[in-house]
Write a protein that binds this ligand. Structure first.
Ligand code: GLP
Length: 236
């Protein structure tokens, strides 16, 4: 349901504006949404040919073809299966040897030149991060290099062969960049997210819980599955 609803919001957005600019997340939560968008492409010809995409983040130190990079994730789950034009796809480049500060500036400029992000989809990390904006991130932050929080590293560690291989830094759009999007779609699934989702949607707005910044945005839709919604009252 969550995945279908999210995909339908993206699909409706695309039909209303074929030149839609999307902000795209990674992680396990949006996998079903990507699968549904691929199905809509194949079954109904949903057209991405004029759409633009900006991914929210990428690890630093992994070449784009590293299987655990977000570049590879996006190709595997989405880009290889829909008709997005290669030149309309952008992901922060965290490859070894890249000047990451210059890359961060390039990314902000590219989003600006595209007219901003129309629809940005985001998940919530277990510690309340959005994209890779860890606790303590300024709500005014822009695309930049960040140190990952210890629990984020531990989480990522499960996907990598060894401690040495697991990334400790990333390049991420900032919270300010996220809040500039015209519309935001928040996705959360599973009982393990119930506590953090309640605090994010109903708790005190604070830079110690970055996703609470979403409460400051005028057009946010949260799609939760039942286990993730368990702790969150419908109204106060
Ligand atoms: C990573 C990503 C975030 C994502 C988070 C949650 O940290 N950088 O953008 O929201 O994972 O992942 P999951 O959906 O697997 O819980």
């Amino acid at each position: 349901m969550l995945s279908q609803q999210a995909a339908h919001i993206v699909g409706d957005g695309l039909k209303a504006n074929p030149e839609l600019t999307l902000g795209l997340p990674t992680g396990s939560t949006p996998l079903g949404m990507y699968a549904e968008l691929v199905r809509l492409r194949q079954a109904e010809g949903l057209d991405f040919s004029r759409a633009r995409t900006f991914n929210l983040d990428e690890y630093i130190g992994l070449p784009a073809d590293h299987p655990k990079s977000y570049h590879a994730y996006m190709r595997r789950h989405f880009f290889d299966h829909v008709n997005l034009a290669a030149e309309n796809i952008d992901i922060p480049n965290g490859a070894p040897g890249i000047d990451v500060d210059a890359e961060s500036e390039r990314y902000e400029r590219a989003i600006h030149a595209a007219g901003g992000i129309d629809l940005l989809i985001v998940g919530i990390g277990a510690n309340g991060h959005i994209a890779f904006n860890e606790p303590g991130s300024s709500f005014a932050s822009r695309t930049r290099v960040v140190n990952l929080a210890p629990d984020t590293i531990a989480n990522a560690r499960r996907l990598f062969e060894s401690e040495a291989e697991a990334p400790r830094t990333a390049i991420t759009v900032g919270i300010g960049t996220i809040l500039d999007a015209h519309r935001i779609l928040v996705l959360a699934s599973g009982a393990s997210k119930a506590g953090v989702v309640r605090r994010v949607l109903r708790g005190l707005v604070s830079e110690s819980l970055p996703a609470t910044a979403l409460q400051l945005h005028a057009d946010v839709t949260a799609i939760l599955d039942q286990p993730a919604a368990l702790d969150t009252p419908q109204s106060l």
